[in-house]
Design a binder for this molecule. Structure first.
Ligand SMILES: Cc1cc2nc3c(=O)[nH]c(=O)nc-3n(C[C@H](O)[C@H](O)[C@H](O)COP(=O)(O)OP(=O)(O)OC[C@H]3O[C@@H](n4cnc5c(N)ncnc54)[C@H](O)[C@@H]3O)c2cc1C
Length: 400
């Protein structure tokens, strides 16, 4: 090894979940490192050019997600032109774009994220890939092996958070993971002289979407090995090229009125891999009470559906010393649609950061944490944990 470092908490992946986790752990007093393989923070939300911060409210005027999820939504607007709909709290049965959400400039959001992690004194390692892991006694994760221009090194920590978007830490450690259905998609920023107001984020600057929805026909795009990811990315870019060729050939636009400005620098894979958790959030578990709930997230697709997030979905089944955050948390089917988006990634990231700091303080692994102690910490941050905390009713009791 060319270098070795030791931290209290090591977060792998600088996407929204990883940033939230690192902020929470560092603010709780843990010496925290955030390891990111690209040179940008925000992950798919920024480098992947996703520009809609989905709702923090239930669509009936009730805010359900708070804490860093709300802080990051506001940060996404700090240097950009978006707005939160003023009347979101009066809306009933609201369309998505009338809820507590916003459109943001990915570049502006990246700058604001840099500022936030610097203020929290997170040690940020960019351009550093986690390529392997080491485990010790009783299946506990002890270090991650990283590669950057300084060579191959080792980062040890008392507690790790897998916020890689693809459960790479869990997979490298041999933990069980589940893979999800994908879809080819490409969101790119373009100059479009004829852009309709709907998607405009600046005059004539438009986010263009090309793609297909996930279904069996597109199973060819489901996978994360090098060959499949290359095919996914190249096919997606080809679809964009076809758009320009078609427009230019028909005379609908020319190369000076319609052209690409920015392409995503990470594959826009919808679902990759999540841990097999001590608990898995499943279809139909909205409005379900979980005794170990650590927060609430709203269904971004339809108003009136709110989910409690059980702590067990952040814990891998056997591996110790690791928490999952963001799209790596254990969810299946419809529930994965809820946990994979920006607000839920921020929320589970914060929970993972708070849990990691608490576990380090108590000298235990996160699976041994007293859930009520974690819930008390979250309540201090004004987190509603259960549906009744925001005046909503649960339909069923979960089995945690
Ligand atoms: C086409 C599409 C449209 C979407 N639209 C929306 C939308 O409108 N609104 C919304 O809220 N959500 C949307 N989403 C979902 C959402 O953007 C992401 O799922 C969410 O941002 C995931 O955050 P994350 O932090 O869990 O993971 P990621 O954003 O994937 O972050 C993971 C980070 O880990 C890093 N990493 C990975 N492996 C390693 C490694 N080995 N070493 C070091 N670093 C590593 C990556 O570079 C990345 O920065 C969309 C997704 C897709 C695909």
């Amino acid at each position: 090894m060319r270098f070795e470092k030791k931290y209290a908490v090591a977060v792998v992946g600088g996407g929204i979940a990883g940033v939230a986790a690192a902020l929470a752990a560092a603010r709780a007093g843990s010496k925290t490192v955030l390891i990111e393989k690209t040179v940008l923070l925000g992950g798919l939300a920024t480098a992947g050019l996703i520009y809609v911060y989905l709702p923090l409210c239930d669509g009936n005027g009730m805010q359900v997600s708070f804490g860093i999820a709300e802080e990051l939504l506001k940060l996404s607007l700090k240097y950009g032109p978006g707005d939160i709909p003023a009347a979101w709290s009066r809306e009933k049965n609201a369309e998505e774009n009338k809820r507590y959400r916003c459109v943001f400039s990915p570049a502006a959001f990246m700058l604001a994220l840099d500022e936030a992690v610097a203020e929290a004194e997170v040690d940020v390692w960019l351009d550093t890939l986690v390529s392997d892991v080491e485990t010790g006694a009783a299946g506990r994760l002890t270090s991650v092996i990283v590669e950057n221009e300084s060579g191959r090194g080792k980062i040890s920590a008392d507690c790790f958070i897998d916020a890689s978007g693809s459960a790479v830490v869990a997979r490298r450690a041999g933990a069980a993971v589940n893979f999800g259905m994908n879809a080819r998609a490409l969101w790119a920023l373009e100059y479009n002289f004829q852009a309709q107001p709907d998607y405009i984020i600046g005059e004539h600057i438009k986010m263009v979407h090309t793609g297909v929805l996930p279904d069996e026909k597109h199973a060819e795009y489901c996978g994360i090995n090098g060959r499949l990811v290359s095919k996914f990315v190249l096919d997606s870019r080809r679809a964009l090229l076809e758009r320009y060729n078609k427009n230019y050939a028909s005379g609908a636009a020319g190369r000076k009125t319609l052209f690409p400005l920015k392409l995503p620098v990470m594959p826009q894979l919808r679902k990759i891999a999540c841990i097999e958790g001590r608990q898995t959030l499943r279809d139909g578990q909205d409005a379900m009470h979980f005794a170990d709930s650590v927060g609430l997230v709203a269904d971004w697709r339809k108003p009136g559906y709110v989910w409690e997030i059980p702590y067990g979905t952040l814990l891998p089944q056997k591996l110790k010393g690791l928490l999952a955050a963001g799209r790596c948390t254990a969810a299946a089917g419809d529930a994965w649609e809820i946990t994979r988006v920006i607000p839920a990634a921020a929320l589970t990231g914060e929970v993972a950061g708070v849990a990691a700091a608490l576990a380090v303080e108590q000298g235990v692994t996160p699976d041994r944490l007293e859930v009520t102690g974690l819930q008390n910490e979250l309540r201090k941050r004004n987190f509603p944990l259960h549906l009744e905390d925001v005046g909503l009713k649960c339909r069923r009791m979960g089995n945690s």
